[in-house]
Every structure is written in C-alpha cells, then in structure tokens.
Design a protein around this ligand. Structure first.
Ligand code: NAG
Length: 264
C-alpha cells in the first residue's frame, strides 16, 4: 500500500513536470534535423487531420480534425491551473508541415473540456474545440475517423503518433517540422501494472525495445491506427523511454460524449 502510494506520487510528480509547463519558454528551432522521439519526418498529406494549437503565438499542443467544424485535443491543453485559457489567444493551424511558416489559421469559437477531467490522474483528458470558420478539406486538411464506442484495439496493434513536440525530454526546443513514430498499443494489464493510476479511459503505447514515442508539445495530438483515431496524446514519464510507455486518452470511451456535444 505504502509502496503503491509512493510510486503513484512519484509518477504524478513526473507527470506534472511533463504535462504542466508546456508554454512560454519553448522556442522553435529552424533546423529540419529534429524529431518526435525516435521518429521520422512526416508529410501532412499522410496525416491531414493533424493541426497545431498555439496560445499567444507559441505552439502549445497538437489537435485533431474530426469534422469540418470540430477538433479534439487533450483537456490539459486548454487549461492553466484548472482555469480555461483565453479563447481569443488560441489559434489552430492546419495543412502545414512547418510550424512557423505556412498553414491555414483558424480562430476558435468554443471549447468544451470533459466535465470529468481530473488534473491529478489525467483521467478523461479530452476536450473539443470548435473553429469559427469551417475547415475546407483538401489533400492537406481532412478529418480522421472515430472508433465506435467501447471498441478496443488488439494488444500490440501498431499505431502512429505524430506532432511537433520535443525530440527528447532534456531539450527545450520543439520541432519545426511534423514528425511521426510507430508505437505498439499495450494490453490494459501491462499498463495497469506499470501505472497504479491507470484508468479504463486510457491507452498506453510505446516500444518495449527502442526509445520511441511522444514528448512535450505533442500533447493533444493523434494516435491513429488503420485510419481510426484510437488515442489523444495525454501524459508520459520522461519521453519515449522504452521502460515507460506513454498514456493516451482512449477515444472509443469518449465516442458517446463526442456525439452528445457535437452531433458527430
Ligand atoms: C473556404 O473556402 C471558401 C470558399 O472558397 C472561402 O470563402 C473560405 O474563406 C475558406 N475558408 C478557409 C478557412 O480558408
């Protein structure tokens, strides 16, 4: 009990470092030789549902297009110390590989954070964002498919996570170019064993042999397999370490909530 508790506190502490301070001091770097941990440079045409969410002109998180008017992201991306961020300072950028050059910018008209979001455990870490001007779908801007309510992927399913996040935990710079990496979805049993605070609203995914995965700045972005959005980047201990698979919000558990809020 005591050991469980202290392990939990330790993980919660690490999580708060990773998921807490995701704005402000992060600066873009102009090099193309940078990556999501262990990944490769991607093309937005392969991931046209990937968008960047910026706050006060700084990239803050990823987000995912699910419809002409709506995106999904992580709840923690829209909050600062449990206060909703200022809508007018947020911009979604679609249709670009490079964060700090091109892209189509969208103002935001509405944000809906899941009412059961728990900032301590990262349970229900999901939110909806409505854009003022609908997306015009092209080869670079498009919606991802959602899974059915309660659908569960087979363990070891390969999925792709993408974003402009940091290439390793110990750097300050995020990536200016979109990156992606393939990870394995692990069984709930394995995830529960690693993380005492793991819940049925989460997936954990990683690579048990190589250091691969998502990092700071990737939060809110997509984990996709066979064209379906299985997860939203939510939390990690350090970044992409093989010992610590990252946590994702399980989108299939949120399917009915999304329908209730958006009619999608
Ligand atoms: C989408 O296309 C319409 C018609 O061409 C245009 O008026 C509108 O500004 C476009 N929206 C965006 C976000 O580019």
């Amino acid at each position: 009990m005591c050991i469980m508790h202290s392990l939990h506190s330790h993980i919660a502490f690490l999580l708060s470092i990773i998921c807490g301070e995701i704005i402000g001091d992060i600066q873009p770097i102009p090099s193309v030789n940078v990556r999501i941990v262990g990944g490769e440079i991607s093309d937005i045409r392969d991931i046209p549902y990937q968008v960047s969410l910026s706050y006060n002109r700084f990239h803050r998180c990823g987000a995912v297009i699910i419809d002409r008017s709506w995106c999904l992201t992580a709840a923690h991306c829209l909050l600062n110390k449990n206060e909703l961020l200022e809508e007018s300072l947020m911009v979604l950028k679609a249709g670009t590989n490079e964060l700090y050059s091109k892209g189509i910018e969208h103002q935001i008209s509405k944000m809906i954070v899941h009412p059961q979001y728990d900032s301590r455990s990262f349970d229900y870490d999901i939110a909806l964002i409505k854009v003022m001007q609908p997306f015009n779908f092209t080869d670079k801007v498009n919606a991802v498919e959602l899974p059915a309510q309660n659908w569960h992927p087979h363990s070891n399913t390969i999925a792709t996570v993408s974003g402009w996040g940091k290439i390793k935990y110990s750097t300050k710079e995020i990536s200016n170019v979109l990156r992606k990496v393939e990870v394995h979805i692990l069984s709930p049993g394995v995830c529960n064993e690693k993380y005492p605070s793991f819940t049925p609203r989460m997936l954990c995914a990683g690579d048990l042999e190589n250091d691969k995965g998502s990092c700071q700045g990737d939060s809110g972005g997509p984990l996709v397999s066979c064209g379906k959005l299985l997860g939203i980047v939510s939390w990690s201990v350090d970044c992409g370490m093989k010992e610590f698979p990252a946590g994702y919000t399980k989108v299939s558990k949120m399917r009915d909530w999304i329908r209730r809020e958006t009619d999608i």
